[in-house]
Design a protein around this ligand. Sequence first.
Ligand SMILES: Nc1ncnc2c1ncn2[C@@H]1O[C@H](COP(=O)(O)OP(=O)(O)O)[C@@H](O)[C@H]1O
Ligand SMILES: [Mg+2]
Length: 416
Amino acid sequence: MSEWVAVCDERDYELMGRVARSLDASAEIELVGTSDALRRTVFEAVPGELGAIVGQVDGGVADVNLAAAIAHDGNARRVVLARHGVSGSLRSRAARAGIDDVVDLDEGDGGPGGGVSASDGGRLAQSSDCPPGPSARLSPGREGAAVLTFCSGRGGVGKTSIVAAFAAQAQRWGMRACMLDLDLSCGNLFSCFGLPRGTDLSRLAEGGDLGWSASGLSVAVTPLLGLAGPCERPESAELVSPYVAKVISALARECDLLLVDTSTTLTDAAAQAAQLADRLVIVSDDRPGGAAALARVGGLAVRLGVARTRIARLENRASPRRGANLALGRAEVGLEVARVYRAFDGGGEAADLLAEGLALELPDSGGPFAESVAISLAQMLAELGRLPACEEAARAAEGSTAHRRPTLFGLRREAR
Ligand SMILES: Nc1ncnc2c1ncn2[C@@H]1O[C@H](COP(=O)(O)OP(=O)(O)O)[C@@H](O)[C@H]1O
Ligand SMILES: [Mg+2]
């Protein structure tokens, strides 16, 4: 006998039993009421004791993300995604996320054991929800990721926080995303994800062969999200400059979205990332001196040859009660054509999640910060023609987000 635990829509309760038995005849299945309960039950079980079956939940948008999260937790004996209408891209996305099996509930003859057929993750089939859209719709002549480089000209405006929040949101939409920490001497992007370190890019200069591939240059934060950089020793940072362009193109080849964080001072590494970006996003906040910092960075970007149409502004810690501060981009600053995005102040909760290494929980935390991040990211991607074919992303591009239930971690935090 083997034990399985499952979550699904009410109408599929009976089918889940058949799914389990189609996978193994002696299956015992227990159904739980929510996605969070499923993840928690598997997470807290003896490693390898339970198999997890993720049926269609929340209208099907989130089920593949839930299955990917359980696979990533690493505690399940086997992770199965069971849903109506399985597409080829869903199968390949599930395989990439480490999901063991994808079962199409619409297949089979509907007799005993019918209505269900299992196949392994490597040969999985197409969903209208969150297939890995961007790689399928690259603009002609341009391969690889959309590259967004974030800079500011002053510290503490939230570049690192925005990169972390964008990355968490992108991978939630099923995008293969990678972060590159070019704050080479002091970067702390890894800590937003609870990692002890990133990768040491100075090894490139020391002749160390990281391999010019995403897996050599970056660490996996989740199956869909990688992180490259910064340098282990601050004094080695300047040795990395000659390799930055090559690092960016190697990473961009293997993902849908590359997010580049930079240091406060515009180093040579940051300048290269600005030149290679599809969008150079200048992050600002409304502390005094913001206009001067914007003018400095905007002017430098233009002198570096970054087209004004490729420069965007992001006002961080904005207030939902006020509109964008367009005066900040006025003619003397030179950014009057730059599109303005906004990320709202997330208060202590967003800062705490980042400080505790729980950036992946930001999209589920709800509230104005998470929602404004989703909207800004979706609108930037839409402008670049790289919006993932995902209902949530499409809604965000139109400026609205659905209310989300708190996650396992959200519930735990509330229970404290
Ligand atoms: N929108 C926001 N809401 C709440 N706190 C934020 C927001 N953006 C940044 N912070 C907090 O501000 C501090 C500085 O942000 P950080 O991302 O490190 O800035 P930078 O990388 O530009 O130096 C961090 O403690 C971060 O958690
Ligand atoms: Mg930073």
